[in-house]
Design a protein around this ligand. Sequence first.
Ligand code: UDP
Ligand code: MG
Length: 340
Amino acid sequence: MMLGSDVSGLSATSAAAAAQGLSIVVPLYNEAAGLAALHERLIGLARTLHGRYRLGCEVVYVDDGSADATLSIARGLKAEALDVQVVSLSRNFGKEAALMAGLDHVRRGAVLFMDGDGQHSPDLVEKLVAHWIDDGYDVVYTAKANRDNESFLRRQAVHGFYALINWGARQKIPEDAGDFRLLSPRAAAALKQLPERNRFFKGLASWIGFRQIRVDYEPAPRAHGVTTFSPGRLIGLSIEGLTSFSVAPLRFASLAGVVLATVAFLFGLSILWETWTTGKSVPGYPSLVVGLMTIGGVQLIMIGIVGEYIGKILSELKARPIYFVAEHSEKRAESETATS
Ligand code: UDP
Ligand code: MG
């Protein structure tokens, strides 16, 4: 990087960008064991960023209804070099809702989303920030550099998921992009304007457009504990993402219907033809049963798909809040570093 700690090295545009500050949103669900260590690293990060860009930082911890000591530890964290907000949700609403709650509370311009389990390294943040401030990008997203440690089946499933969700979409969602990403002030403002209740964060962050750039990284192993996303929950999340973001499954349903109807029509023609040419009626009990079961099965699947969308419509219609805040506290950093 060409910039040293000398702030006069900043160009006018970079200085203007940095003046809006950075909010770091961290969703927390039972992360008591690693929280204090993470906070120390964020304090170090805030110092570095202030030294380099005069960038004022805050962190917004969103306690997503943790059952352990996460909230009490978060309350006790010191606002050193960066402001600290703690937003505690009334129960566990899930990560997407927690991210939304964080986004609703940020006080600075740019927003960085980061997991609270140490997998998203604070060290990489400097690079993300450089893409925003120095290069003028609006959405800096990260993607896992390799998936070698994941099973073949899982990789194929991920591949299929993105193929389906991006089918016919104008703005493609980049494959294997994670939730670790930085949004410039205008991108963050755009994301806030999206009103839907069923949120698929990766999709929305890509959909808003602006100048986007990808950064490959190697996620660190979880600092402690185990992932809360079991295969079952991931499948649920995928269905959620697909149906709240794309109508590809509905198109797929229509297409399957057309294909089946065409096959049935041709089959009918061939039966007619055979009857006419041989004069015998065609024995057809097995094919009849197979045909019936195929059509019945496909119809049930399609009704299920339509049902998913009706469920989405229902929940958008009810217009319930995405989360409830049980408690909110905030501390301002006293030092010079967070006050630009
Ligand atoms: N998380 C959350 N609410 C939940 C589940 C997870 O806020 O209901 C948070 C969790 O504390 C972590 C992040 O979301 O900061 C990612 O969770 P996890 O590490 O379990 O997922 P993975 O890294 O395996 O995708
Ligand atoms: Mg994790």
